[in-house]
Design a protein around this ligand. Structure first.
Ligand code: DGL
Length: 275
C-alpha cells in the first residue's frame, strides 16, 4: 500500500459540507490525527446525479486527496459510498472506508424487532446500498427505504427545529412510521443535523443510527489493524479544501462541525478535472 506512514493525514471527501458531520465524529474518536477534507461544493448535490458522474467525481476527489499524501481515504458522502467504492478500491492503493458498511453493521446490531428504516438521497435509496448490505448481515431483517431529498437544503439552511422541517419530515417519514421500525439509519451526511425533528416525528423509541459515528469507529479499527495510528500526543490539525468559494462553506460549517472552521482553501475545478 502507498503512503503507509502513520504521520500522514487522513483524507476525507464529501459532495460538499455534509461530510463535516463525519469529520466531527472522527475528531472525537481520533483526536491526534491530522485531517484533510475536500468538499466538492461546486458540484454538489451528488444525490440527484447519475452513478457514472458520481464515480467520475469521486475518483477525481480521491486523486486530489492522494496528492496531499493521505494515508487513508474516508468517503463521508453516502451517495459516493453507495456507488463509487468499488471503482476507488480498484484504482487506489490506500485503505478506503465508506459510510455504508459501518452504518449497516450498526443498524443490524441495534434492531430488536428486525425492522430497519433507511433514509437517504435519491441515489443512495435507488442503489439500495444500505438494504443490500443489511441483507448480507441478516436475511431475516426487513428493510424499508425512503428518499428524503428536501432534508439536505433544510439542514443547510439551519432549519433544525423549524415548522417547515417538521411538516416535510411528517410527509417523508409517515410510511416508515407505519411499518413499526425500531431502528432508522440516517443515510445521508446532513441528516444528523435534523435528528431532533426526525426523532420527534418517527418516535422517541426508534433508535437513530448516525453512519458517521459508526464510520469513525471503523476508521480507528482499520488504522489500528494497519499500524497507521498517529503516535503523536499533539492535537490533530485540520485543513479544508472546497471547489467553490469558501465563504458559504465557512458560514454553515459550524453547524455541521460543532466548532468554527478555519483554514479553508478553494481548489480550481480545472485542477480536479485534469486528473
Ligand atoms: N453528501 C450527500 C450524501 O451523504 C448529501 C448531499 C448530496 O446530495 O450531495 O448522500
Amino acid at each position: 500500500m502507498e503512503n503507509l506512514d502513520s504521520n500522514k493525514p487522513i483524507g476525507v471527501f464529501d459532495s460538499g459540507i455534509g461530510g463535516l458531520t463525519v469529520v466531527r465524529q472522527l475528531i472525537s474518536v481520533l483526536p491526534n490525527e491530522d485531517i484533510i477534507y475536500f468538499g466538492d461544493t461546486a458540484r454538489v448535490p451528488y444525490g440527484s446525479k447519475s452513478n457514472a458522474t458520481v464515480i467520475e467525481y469521486s475518483i477525481q476527489n480521491a486523486k486530489f486527496l492522494l496528492e496531499h499524501k493521505v494515508k487513508a481515504i474516508v468517503v463521508a458522502c453516502n451517495t459516493a459510498s453507495s456507488v463509487a467504492l468499488p471503482a476507488l478500491e480498484e484504482r487506489f492503493n490506500v485503505p478506503i472506508i465508506g459510510v455504508i458498511i459501518p452504518g449497516a453493521n450498526h443498524a443490524v446490531k441495534s434492531t430488536q424487532n428486525k425492522k430497519i428504516g433507511i433514509i437517504g438521497t435519491r441515489a443512495t435509496i435507488t442503489n439500495k446500498a444500505y438494504s443490500t448490505q443489511i441483507k448480507t448481515l441478516g436475511d431475516d431483517v426487513e428493510v424499508f427505504e425512503t428518499a428524503c431529498p428536501l432534508f439536505v437544503p433544510l439542514a443547510e439552511e439551519g432549519w433544525i427545529n423549524h415548522d417547515a422541517t417538521i411538516l416535510v419530515a411528517k410527509e417523508y417519514l409517515g410510511e416508515l412510521k407505519s411499518q413499526n421500525i425500531d431502528t432508522l439509519v440516517l443515510g445521508c451526511t446532513h441528516y444528523p443535523i435534523l435528528s431532533e425533528v426526525i426523532k420527534k416525528v418517527i418516535g422517541e423509541n426508534v433508535e437513530l443510527i448516525d453512519s458517521g459515528v459508526a464510520t469513525a469507529d471503523e476508521v480507528k479499527m482499520e488504522l489500528e489493524k494497519l499500524g497507521l495510528i498517529n503516535k503523536s500526543n499533539a492535537k490533530g490539525s485540520y485543513k479544508f479544501y472546497v471547489s467553490d468559494v469558501p465563504a458559504k462553506f465557512k458560514e454553515v460549517a459550524e453547524l455541521f462541525m460543532g466548532r468554527e472552521v478555519i483554514n479553508v482553501e478553494k481548489v480550481e475545478l480545472e485542477h480536479l478535472q485534469s486528473f
